[in-house]
Ligand binder design. Structure first.
Ligand SMILES: Cc1cc2nc3c(=O)[nH]c(=O)nc-3n(C[C@H](O)[C@H](O)[C@H](O)COP(=O)(O)OP(=O)(O)OC[C@H]3O[C@@H](n4cnc5c(N)ncnc54)[C@H](O)[C@@H]3O)c2cc1C
Length: 413
């Protein structure tokens, strides 16, 4: 039987960050994942944005111009499986409800302290891990093809500026000065406070290497073998049984595998998403992540090639992939930017772990001593991993929390 102070279940960006923060507070920590390498699931295939400027979480749209195309599955940025509707409808209704005016104000207030710290929390971890080269400080671009959407974008930029964020509003020629090989849009926003990562899987590996170099252990095992004992928790790994006093559930979209059998009813849903890589043209590169706001896809220059990522697919987490959005967006992306051949044999699929208020669950499990939750980071897990890791480690070690944790508690629903 191996022993440690704490086990972190899940080696995605959220679990890795929490493990590093616990370790920095003197805890002996073991990370357990079903894969032998870190960051192989949702943290693998995202768009790579460390989204400092995203202070307004992604709420359920309420305008008819958005809802009608969604209802008929015609919007490129969101689609749903009709067969999954009976299962996911209660969650969608709750998401719609939470996105109403009073919910939105509460969510905004709770989200902002997290997002404000995202770059300042990644910075020291990346420096200690020698991973600064993975970070590209060039911000990201949001482009618009229609005057109406560009005007709305410009209003969004003014609102962000009022919160001290740096956003350039670019007319066509100004945009082309920054991205000369992209088909000119009607206009664009350039979010300057944001960084992006050129290889999210390599970042997870760098954070794991740092954790191991500082004396941490990484074991392969199935989190579902977790059992409570009189003094703590026991888990089976491929090497041995592991006994710990504290357990952190950082299993992203699979976190229900632990909390549900223990009796918690937490409304965790998923927004699935896809990616595909394309060969870049050396003489006609793109230099920033570019979100096509009117067509709902994002192109990001990555280590492997140009990565096209899609919007949300509402479906059962485990249903077979249906990468319709890749097929719909690829021709639009090819019109926008120079893209060579497809590089992946099939589109990658991930599942953003989402609570209906788009805030994570972060803190103690109300009815189980030594059980801690850290999941549900939705569209912003790469961004928020280190922030939530710090906050959780502060709570677990009795430090006064740097952010009020009450909005993220497990029993808020
Ligand atoms: C298309 C797309 C684009 C995105 N773009 C961005 C972006 O630009 N910026 C951003 O901040 N976020 C983005 N996100 C969201 C972000 O990727 C997620 O919020 C984040 O990766 C969640 O991290 P996690 O560690 O909680 O989960 P995961 O990375 O999924 O990690 C969970 C871990 O648990 C392990 N696990 C599961 N079950 C078991 C078990 N039974 N036993 C042992 N281990 C188990 C898995 O193997 C995995 O390693 C995007 C997501 C998608 C899908």
């Amino acid at each position: 039987m191996q022993k440690a102070d704490a086990a972190v279940l899940g080696a995605g960006i959220v679990g890795l960050s929490a493990a590093l923060h616990l370790q920095a507070r003197g805890r002996e920590v073991v990370i357990v994942d079903r894969h032998a390498a870190p960051g192989r699931e949702t943290s693998f295939g995202n768009a790579g944005l460390i989204e400092r400027s995203s202070i307004f979480p992604y709420l359920f749209p309420r305008s008819a111009s958005k809802l009608i195309p969604y209802a008929f599955n015609l919007a490129p940025e969101a689609r749903y499986h009709l067969s999954a509707l009976p299962t996911i409808f209660p969650w969608l209704w709750r998401y719609f409800y939470e996105s109403g005016p009073s919910g939105a104000a509460r969510i905004f207030a709770a989200f902002r302290p997290l997002i404000e710290q995202c770059l300042s929390e990644h910075g020291p971890l990346a420096a200690a891990a020698g991973a600064q080269d993975l970070f590209r400080p060039s911000g990201w671009l949001k482009i618009f093809h229609l005057s109406s959407t560009f005007d709305a974008g410009a209003r969004e930029a003014e609102r962000l500026r009022s919160f001290g964020l740096a956003v350039d509003i670019l007319a066509t020629q100004e945009f082309l000065n920054r991205e000369p090989h992209v088909t000119p849009p009607r206009g664009a926003l350039h979010f300057l406070d944001t960084a992006s990562v050129t290889d999210p899987a390599a970042l997870s590996q760098a954070y794991l290497d740092l954790f191991l170099a500082r004396g941490g252990r990484f074991l392969v095992g199935d989190a579902r073998t977790l059992e409570q004992e009189a003094q703590g928790w026991r888990l089976k790994t491929t090497q041995d049984y592991l006994f710990v006093y504290d357990v952190v559930v950082a299993l992203g979209p699979w976190s229900d595998q632990i909390y549900r059998p223990l009796g918690y009813q937490i409304p965790l849903g998923v927004k699935r998403g896809y990616h595909m890589h394309y060969t870049p043209y050396q003489d006609r590169q793109i230099f920033h992540p570019i979100l096509d706001a009117d067509h709902g896809f994002l192109l990001a220059p990555m280590a492997r090639g140009v990565r096209l990522t899609t919007g949300a697919e509402f479906a059962d987490r485990d249903a077979p992939p249906t990468p319709v959005q890749i097929d719909r967006c690829e021709p639009l992306a090819r019109k926008l930017a120079p893209l060579g051949d497809r590089l992946d044999p099939t589109p990658w699929m991930g599942a953003r772990p989402c609570l209906p208020d788009m805030l994570p669950v972060l803190g103690p499990a109300p009815a189980h001593k030594g059980l801690w939750f850290n999941f549900g980071h939705a569209h912003h897990g790469l961004t928020l991993g280190p922030v939530s890791g710090r906050l959780l480690a502060e709570m677990m070690t009795g430090e006064s929390p740097s952010i009020d944790p009450r909005p993220y508690r497990a029993d808020r629903f």
